[in-house]
Every structure is written in C-alpha cells, then in structure tokens.
Design a binder for this molecule. Structure first.
Ligand code: ADP
Ligand code: MG
Ligand code: MG
Length: 899
C-alpha cells in the first residue's frame, strides 16, 4: 500500500480532490504546487496510515519506513539540503491536517531536525546565530509540549504543563532584562535559555529532550497522529459531528523561516473579508516571526493592507507599506487562487528574506453575513452559477443572521469599557468568567456568560461553545480561535490590549476599574466594543440582499415549508419569514400565556368534571374561547392550510397545584375540596407520556373531540361568510390503530353536518388526517391511509417510542452516549435516519400504496434541522413544519436538498 504522496517544485502526486486521503491541508498543498505557486517541497503521509497506526496500537506500518526514506531523499534533492546533515541541514515541519478543517485542534511541530550536531551547519548556512537559537528554542518548546507530554497522555502532576514551565523561564528572563519582545533577547541569552529548557524538561518529564534529527522526526509523526485523539480535537469533532474514524494526515514539509530578520515575516490572509464578505483582501502579519505566532493568537499582529486597517490598529504598519513588492505578489496569488477554487480562500504564508512562500490554503470559514454577501457577489461577478450560490450559505448561518444585535440606541449612551478587534459578529451580554471550565459550569446552571481570556486558545473550545460571547486581551482576527468563533457565528472580540486579567483572583482590570467574576459585560462583536452592564438586544433588521437570496433559493425547492404556531401573533411572524401554512396548531398551547386565566380555568374545570353533565357544561363555557382563537389564526393564514391537532397531552398536566386555584375550582364545579383532591389524584399516571392522552382522550370522552371539531368548523364557516378562504385540517394525535381514526372521523362528519346546516353552507373544504408518531401506526400505514387524507410525522414522539428514550429524561445520560460515541448526535435534535427514518420510509410507501395523493409532512423539532430536512426531501414528503424562527432555515435546507 502507498502511504506517501509528494509535492513541490511545481509538481505533485496528489491534488485538491483527494481530501479524504491526504487531508485538506495535504490536498491543497499539492494543488498549490500544481498551480506553480511557491510551496516549500514536502510530502503527505495519508490518513490511511493514521488508521493503520491506530490499528497497530500506535505503531507505524513497516512499509512506511522505506517509503519515508525515499520521500525524504526526494525532498532533500529538491531543496539541495540534507536532513540531519552537519554542513547543510534541512529542517522540516510535521503538520496535522484532517479531511475537514479543524483549525488549531491538532498539533504541528516546527523546526524538526535542529540539534547540537546540525546547529553549527545552520549557523554557517544562514550566517545568523540568533535566528538559529530562536528556532531551537521554539522546537524545544513545541516538541516537549506536543510530543513528549501531550502525545504520551501525561497529566502534569502540578496541573501545569511543560509548556507553561518553559514560558515562565522565558518570561523570567524578559522581566529580568526588562525586554518587551522576544527579539530583544541576545544570542547568548537565547543559548543559555535553551539549555535551561532542557534541564527543566528532564526534571519535569523524567526523560531528556531528543537531540537527534531522526528521533525528532519519528516522534513528531507519531505525535501528530495521536493528536487526532487529543482532548480539543475530540471536543471539536463532537460539536461539529465529525466521525472519529477519519484520522489525520501528516505533512512533512521543508521549513522556510519568517524569523530570519526584518526582511522576513509570516502571515495569514483571506481573499475576501470573512466578517463582512467585502471583496477586499484581508489579512494579518508579523515581522520576524514564525507562523504559529499569528495563528496561535499569542501576539496581536499587524494589518495586511492599508485600507483594511480599523481605527483600532491604525498605528500599526501594513505589509503593503513595508514590503510592497511581496504584497503585490500576494495579490496576484489571491486572484489566482480565487479564480481556481471559485470560493474565498484562507491562506498562510511566510516570507524568508524577501522571498514569499505559500504554506496553506483552504476554503475560508466566514460569518453568515459574509457567506451571503460573497455568494451573491461571486454570482453577480459570473464566477459561480445560481445553484452554487444557494449552496454557499449553511442553513444554520441564517439563524445567526436573524440573531439579535446590541440595540444601537442603547449603545449610544452605554459605558464603554474597552475596544478590541471585531472577530465574531452580533451582540451578546452575560456574566464574565475566566476559564473554559467555569463557562461550561455556569452555562449548565442556566446562566449567560462571557468568557474572558488572556488569549484565544483552541484549548478553550468547550468554554467558547458554552459562552454567549468571547473576549480576549491578545490575539488577532485570523487566530484559530477567532476562526472557530466565526464559524459558529459566535460574538467574539479579540486583542483588547487594555485588559489585564488576573485569572487566579478571577478579576480583570481596565485602567483603574476592576471587574469581578459574575459582573455583566455586553459585547458588540461587529464593532469590537465592550460595555459594562447588560445592554438590550434588538432583532437584526431585514437585509434586502437576504430577501433576494431567499427568493432565488425558493425557486429550487420541492417541499413546502409550514410553521408550528397556535397564536395569531406567531402565525403573523411566521408569514413574514415565508411560512406557507401552519403544520401544527397545538390546541392545548393556546391555554398557556394568555392575557386572561379564564380559558385555562375552564379547561381545568372540564378536566376535573366527573359526570357527562358536568363536563358538557364546562365544554360549553370553554367553546367560545377556542373558536375565537382558531378563527383569528385561520383569518391571518387566509387561503393557507392550518393544521389543528386535537388535544394531545395527559390531562393531569393541567391540574392546578396551588391551593387557592384548587379551592376556586371546587367552588365553581360545586364540589367540596376533598372531592376535588381525590379527582385530581385519580388522574395521576405512572407513564403519562404513554398514558391517557391524544386520541385516547377522545375515545373516552368524545364530547371533548366534538367541541374542538365544532370550534374549527364554525370558525371556518364564519370566515367563509366573511368572504375568506379558510383551509382547516383536523389532525388526530397518538394513534396506533385505524379504528381510532374511524371512530373520530364519524364524530367529525356528524359535527360537520350540523355546522353546515346551521350556517346554510354546502361544504367546508377541509382534510382529515393523523399524526404518525407511534411505530405501530407507521407499520400500519396502509390501513391508516384508508381513513387519513394526510400523515404528519411527529418525529419527537416517534423518536421517543422508537428508541425507548423518554424525551423528558434524556438529560441524565445523553452526554455519556455522545462522549462515548455510542450516538453521533442527540436523536431529538437530528433525525435518526437509520431507524426512525426507516419507519418514515415504510409509512410513506404503505400510505401511498392505498392513497397515492396522500399529503405527507413532518412537524416536531426536526422540521427545522437542515440534515433532517434533507432526509424529508429524499423521503418524498410534501412539506416540513417548524417554529417561526426556523422557517428560513428550512426553506434554504429544502432548496439545497433539491439542488
Ligand atoms: P494548523 O493546522 O494548526 O494551522 P499548521 O500545520 O498550518 O497548523 O502550522 C501552523 C503554522 O506553522 C503555519 O501557519 C505556518 O505558518 C507554520 N509552518 C508550518 N509548516 C511550516 C514550514 N514548513 N515552514 C514555515 N512555517 C511553517
Ligand atoms: Mg494552518
Ligand atoms: Mg406527539
């Protein structure tokens, strides 16, 4: 088996299509070499080798060694240098790179091959002793951290990693000498520091730093493979639903040096602005530095060009001013790459003594707004076609665009604390915490938090996820953490240099002001402004481009999108978002959160009635409330279908718990208090979600169903008389047997007859159907469809019943299932296509076999989940229904599914 693929000198064995084999980084390095861009020579060890490595319990396959020798020889020949050679030594980097980009989540080791036997040769070749020792220092720091500690799974005894110990030595030196920058350290001091580092490593890790090129190379390859299973890589995969078995590739690449003096530099850039989408070359760079300084977010870098400088970093010099020729070369590369990939690219480059090298390119992560603007610009520029444009915006990014921003009016007078770089858009407020762990802990307690950190470190991934917003003192817009935050649409401000953090005491200081853990801050991530206190948020205003984009997407969609709503207000909102009907009107929901307690009181009275007579009198009182609400909603949805689900939940849910409510009820019904308590105790069930609910209520108490059906038909009749066009659908929940449908349909038909007579109408257009939410109903769909004109898949209950997971109790174990990779995702969030999906497919097929034009839809949370929407499209459903805010998400997901 072939494990190694070479690239460099305008040639490559692989190309951009081979991401699965070579990882994204390897595939794109190969592609850039093919495009004749200046890529330092190297080779990629495939992801298959990673799999083999783990299968063999952490040992490289035998055959790799011979391939490695050949690949090293080829790289050496093309560079005219030799790895480990005392006179003219080649140094390499060992870089991770998975199929889908996981910025900063795995490890990379630079300057591999530097040791006492190669240092003199390096100095001779470069004539720069300082640089060589700076490179050695960096190697020691990275290697001991990544290879000797993390890859060995060592838990530092004192809770302090080796990296921190070495950084303390470095800082002590700088404090001693009153140096601000690493570059002020003298050569002699740097040399001595390296020796100190090695002593510390021996002391802390119990083994010596390997001063041997080959040992370093093999060690770093193994460590990169192992970093696939590192803590942050695993967390990131869980969040992004990336499978565990993909593995990472390793890229061994000749080193080029950005830290060789003032004509050297390193940087990161985006071919268009990843925050706004503006068609402007956007980037950051650092003179005399190695690339990790920018991406790790430990230094706040300079802007790439003059016109993208913000007021915040206007005092820093741009690459455009400092190295105009290189800047122009970079601009040409920008154009070449965009035209080639036809998408925005995120690039990493290094300048070694006036020569530019390309170290990475990939499709750049971007905010929702940027994704929208870029896609539409590229379509208008003729770079991409319309279907491609539509696929460029992830449906979940719409969510982010509709998300709140800091209320601009309130912002005018808000007390400014500090300003930083606007790294992630939108607004957020919350209580400040100073560690990732605390962010997770507080969020679990239901608090909104702002994570405040010294620098943006991918180690903080879980805390970043848990926080409403992120604020850091150091780091740039292109740091890995900023990248990840933007990808999630999370509000994030970095490089707010005026903040001094004391993480021990959990405080931060700005000037003379001190903020403690738990204090409120508000972030405007689009402007980089930080305010004290919690400032009001406002819904994002309608973006005219967004409306145009959605209209374009709608042309491709096969499924309709409806909404779940039970009040005229929600119905109105959903209409604005483009809903084409109501897919689920939950009758019981209209009793919650009403202006008046009256309907809920009457419902309770009805529930606690014992005799038919008592119940009918309660129903009669309840009737006008229900009819009014039903009518108002159908009125707003005029000429669009409204699907009414008859009363569904277990009755006990509505029994009052407070004594004064109970007493009032007893009085109203005309029974004594003890009798009322007795009746409500009789309603208690052991498994209420599988108890006396849904259609079962209507079987026991047909008068309840009749009252609701009458409300729907009379409301429709009145609207017809008013010249409107109501389209009611009556849906029976929790069915498992066609006889339940026959029973209820008879009630509906006799009620309809009475209503028609009363209003002197010939007919009221309507449909009668059922939810499919019990596996038995799915399996019996050929019978159900004889009596149901539509099915609506209630995937919440269907998931619950298929898994046997109580949806109200999964909190206690779902995380363990996800952590142990027993489930890839919570099946209540993302439809389980394997089993729940099979039941839907079976039901669709059986339903259509007896009623070819049966209407099929889905309600429940999954209706707004993009992956589930795609499944519904493939399964041939006619519509999806979801909450109002998710309607645009479902529209876009449905369009993409059809493209
Ligand atoms: P990540 O996936 O975390 O971005 P990379 O493998 O891209 O890690 O490495 C991080 C940084 O190290 C790069 O941005 C680049 O600047 C620097 N780097 C990697 N390989 C080389 C090399 N061969 N020469 C010079 N710099 C390198
Ligand atoms: Mg990189
Ligand atoms: Mg249900």
């Amino acid at each position: 088996e072939k494990y190694i693929y070479q690239f460099g000198n305008g040639m490559a064995e692989g190309d951009a299509t081979q991401k699965n084999l070579l990882g994204g980084k390897g595939a794109n390095l190969a592609e850039m070499a093919r495009l004749k861009l200046p890529v330092p020579a190297g080779f990629t060890i495939s992801t298959q080798c990673c799999t083999a490595y783990f299968e063999r319990g952490g040992k490289l396959p035998e055959s790799l060694h011979r391939e490695l020798e050949q690949a090293m020889a080829a790289m050496e020949a093309s560079m005219g240098m030799k790895f480990g050679d005392p006179d003219n030594p080649l140094l390499v980097s060992s870089r991770s790179g998975a199929r889908s980009s996981m910025p900063g989540m795995m490890e990379t080791v630079l300057n591999v091959g530097l040791c006492p036997s190669t240092i003199p040769g390096m100095i001779k070749q470069t004539g720069n002793e300082w640089f060589v020792y700076d490179a050695y220092r960096r190697l020691i720091m990275m290697y001991s951290d990544v290879v000797m500690e993390k890859a060995e799974g060592e838990e530092p005894a004192d809770g302090m990693g080796i990296r921190l110990h070495l950084e303390m030595l470095l800082n002590d030196l700088k404090n001693d000498r009153a140096y601000d920058a690493d570059t002020e350290i003298t050569t002699e001091e740097m040399k001595a520091l390296c020796e100190k580092f090695k002593v510390k490593i021996k002391e802390k890790l119990g083994k010596p730093f390997p001063d041997d090129p080959m040992a370093q190379l093999m060690g770093s390859i193994g460590a990169v493979f192992k970093s696939w299973n590192g803590k942050r890589a695993v967390s990131y995969r869980r969040i992004e639903h990336i499978p565990d078995d993909w593995g990472t590739a390793v890229n061994i690449q000749s080193m080029v040096f950005g830290n060789m003096g003032e004509s050297s530099a390193t940087g990161v850039a985006f071919t268009r602005d990843p925050a706004t989408g503006n068609n402007k070359f956007y980037g950051e760079w650092l003179p005399n530095a190695q690339g990790e300084d920018v991406v790790a977010g430990i230094r706040t870098p300079n802007p790439l060009n003059t016109d993208t400088r913000s007021e915040h970093n206007a005092h820093l010099t741009s690459l455009e001013e400092t190295m105009p020729a290189i800047y122009r070369e970079l601009c040409d590369i920008r154009e070449k790459l965009e035209n080639h990939y036809q998408d925005m690219q995120d690039i990493e480059f290094t300048i070694q003594q006036g020569t530019l090298y390309m170290l990475q390119c990939r499709v750049g992560k971007r905010t929702g707004t940027a994704a929208l603007n870029m896609a539409m610009d590229m379509f208008e520029e003729g770079m991409i076609d319309e279907p491609t444009m539509i696929t460029r915006l992830y449906p979940r990014q719409l969510d982010e665009m509709l998300h709140p921003v800091v209320d601009p009016e309130a912002e005018k007078t808000a007390p400014v604390v500090v300003q930083g770089l606007p790294a992630g858009p939108g607004g957020a407020f919350g209580q400040i915490v100073f560690s990732s762990e605390d962010a997770v802990l507080w969020q679990k307690k239901g608090k909104k938090v702002i994570l405040v950190r010294e620098e943006t470190n991918p180690e903080d991934i879980e805390g970043m996820r848990a926080a409403q917003g992120i604020l850091t003192a150091r780091g740039g817009m292109t740091s890995h953490a900023a990248l990840v935050a933007r990808g999630w649409g999370k509000c994030c401000i970095v490089g707010a240099g005026a903040i001094q953090i004391n993480s021990m005491e959990k405080t931060m200081k700005v000037g003379t002001r001190i903020f403690k853990e738990g204090d409120f801050l508000t972030l405007n991530g689009s402007r980089g402004m930080v305010y004290s206190g919690a400032i009001d948020m406002k819904d994002a205003t309608a973006n005219p481009r967004f409306i145009k984009f959605m209209a374009a997407a709608d042309k491709y969609r096969a499924m309709k999108v409806r909404t779940n709503a039970e009040t005229p207000k929600d119905a109105q909102l959903a209409l604005q978002f483009g809903a084409e009907g109501i897919g689920l009107f939950r009758t019981e929901h209209m009793f919650y959160g009403q202006n008046s307690d009256k309907p809920l009181f009457l419902l309770r009275k009805m529930i606690l009635s014992k005799s038919l007579h008592e119940r009918e009198s309660a129903l009669a009182q309840l009737y006008p409330f229900i009819k009014d609400e039903v009518k108002a909603t159908m009125n707003i949805m005029d000429s669009k279908p409204v699907n009414f689900r008859l009363l569904d939940p277990p009755l006990h849910e509505f029994v009052p718990q407070k004594q004064h409510h109970q007493e009032a009820l007893a009085r109203e019904i005309g029974i004594d208090f003890e009798e009322l308590i007795k009746r409500s105790e009789e309603l208690i069930e052991t498994n209420p979600m599988m108890g006396h609910r849904g259609v079962r209520l209507g079987i026991s108490f047909p008068e309840i169903s009749v009252m609701q059906i009458r409300a729907i038909f009379e409301a429709a009749a009145e609207l017809i008389k008013e010249g409107k066009k109501p389209i009611p659908e009556i849906m029976i929940p929790v069915t498992c047997n066609e006889k339940e449908l026959i029973f209820t349909k008879e009630l509906a038909q006799s009620t309809l007859k009475e209503v028609l007579k009363k209003y002197e109408l010939n007919d009221i257009a309507h449909q009668f159907g059922t939810m499919i939410e019990i596996p038995r109903a799915a399996l019996m769909s050929h019978k159900m469809a004889e009596h149901a004109e539509f099915f609506s898949f209630g995937t919440n209950d269907l998931t619950q019943m298929t898994f046997g997971f109580s949806r109200d109790d999964i909190g206690s174990f779902m995380n363990d299932y996800i952590d142990n990779a027993i489930l890839d995702a919570d099946p209540f969030e993302t439809l389980d296509q394997e089993a729940v999906g099979s039941l839907i497919e079976i039901s669709v097929e059986k339903g259509r076999s007896v009623r070819p034009d049966i209407k099929l839809g889905i309600c429940g949370e999954h209706g707004g989940d993009p992956a589930s929407v795609e499944f519904c499209h493939k399964a041939g459903l006619s519509y999806v229904s979801c909450s109002p805010y998710r309607v645009p998400v479902a529209r876009l997901a449905a369009a993409q599914a059809a493209i």
